[in-house]
Design a protein around this ligand. Sequence first.
Ligand code: VGL
Ligand code: ZN
Length: 208
Amino acid sequence: MDQFPADTALIVIDVQVDFCPGGALAVEDGSAVVPLINPLMDRFSTVVLTQDWHPAGHHSFAAAHPAKAPFEMVEMPYGPQVLWPEHCVQGTPGAAFHPDLRTDPAQLVIRKGFRHRIDSYSAFFENDRRTVTGLRGYLSERGVRSLVLVGLATDYCVRHSAVDAARLGFQVTVAEDACRAIDLGGSLAEAHAEMAESGVRVVPSFAL
Ligand code: VGL
Ligand code: ZN
């Protein structure tokens, strides 16, 4: 398979035990992305993994809000926020990468969602839309201009990473079959609409 140019990076979003079948916030068929992502890594000179990495009792967890259930909405100081089941708690088995995901080719792991009161879907900005993760600086210092995004979940962390990256001026492609969605209240359709509007290219991985 063809090698991508050196200015193109692969960003693997949140392929973690808790987002796969049997996990605390399982995405349907989530582990199906692993055999597609693993061989892709060899075609990029820059590979970055992201890891959802919450402290216990994180404010995005329904359990931190009396009388709230998972998947209900709440108003945070930065806007509306979905409440999730406890997931990807720092150092727990659920926060680990999927056991079959290759991690050796990755040069950087960006952890996100580690601030108690702010969730972070995007690999670039936390949900307050202001707090940065540092990924933009890393990529631009390495001369990266173009990104291929894969992973979990299409309609949350992949979507927000893709849209932010496009806004920051990166050329962005999402390999759709190497992603799986949560699809909560139309979130997948919304994600597709927003990605299209932002100029994110969505393609099957064979067409990469
Ligand atoms: C994610 C919900 C909560 C994701 C992370 O990786 O898409 N979704 N935390
Ligand atoms: Zn999370």
